[in-house]
Design a protein around this ligand. Sequence first.
Ligand SMILES: Nc1ncnc2c1ncn2[C@@H]1O[C@H](COP(=O)(O)OP(=O)(O)O)[C@@H](O)[C@H]1O
Ligand SMILES: [Mg+2]
Length: 253
Amino acid sequence: MLKLENLTVQFGGLIAVNDVTTEVPKGSIFGLIGPNGAGKTTCFNLITGVCKPTGGKVILNGKEIQGLPPYKVNELGIARTYQNINLFKKMTVIENVMVGCHTKTTSGLAAAIFRNKKQREEEKAVILKCMEILKFMDLAEKADYKASNLSYGEQRRLEISRALASDPELLLLDEPAAGMNGREKEELTETIKKISQKGITVLLVEHDMKLVMSVTNIICVLNFGKKIAFGNPEYIQNNEEVIAAYLGGGLDV
Ligand SMILES: Nc1ncnc2c1ncn2[C@@H]1O[C@H](COP(=O)(O)OP(=O)(O)O)[C@@H](O)[C@H]1O
Ligand SMILES: [Mg+2]
């Protein structure tokens, strides 16, 4: 579904992503792991159009998408969450999810000004859809809370809710378990599986190895921007180069 071909980006003297070639199969839960600074978030930025590659291609369903602006990439079916939580803190929970729907509404500017019947109906449908997503993410009771009043784990779930609102085919999660307690991590594991069962392909960057190993079916390992290993979780856990890359950091499963 998604192919990275010799993907490369250089920032000044630093090659943050170095000639990475890999393929994310449709329907997979694909893990992208590696020590801090390995280039994982930069890969997400290259895929989602936040930054432009200096070389190589990003191919979605056979179409080259590298260099397209983020909103275009989103329209093509890729949504993401951010390593640093990126919510509208003063808006309510449901308003944050509604922001994620914006690419799907059809009424134009004139309709927005005159609030015609079509637009009111569209808004109702959007609210219903967002409530469904909040139910799915176990946040429905907090729909009218301000985003800033949610716990850290809830804010991470809200980020996922907003990403789901654009009906993605491919969902990119950047360290979704960061700051979560043990129980929240277990719930997140189940949530990721449920998202996958909806038919959404998941690309997961995550440091919690227990979570990665229990939820992914295929893993790509980066180190200093380069792909050093690719395979199923069992293979990755026993791969010497991977263990060496994590030495000091620890590959705690
Ligand atoms: N916009 C940027 N400008 C300059 N350097 C960057 C930029 N984005 C990332 N980097 C650098 O690229 C390297 C990879 O970063 P990142 O992709 O965030 O790593 P990871 O997510 O694997 O921890 C780091 O050395 C980081 O400092
Ligand atoms: Mg990162």
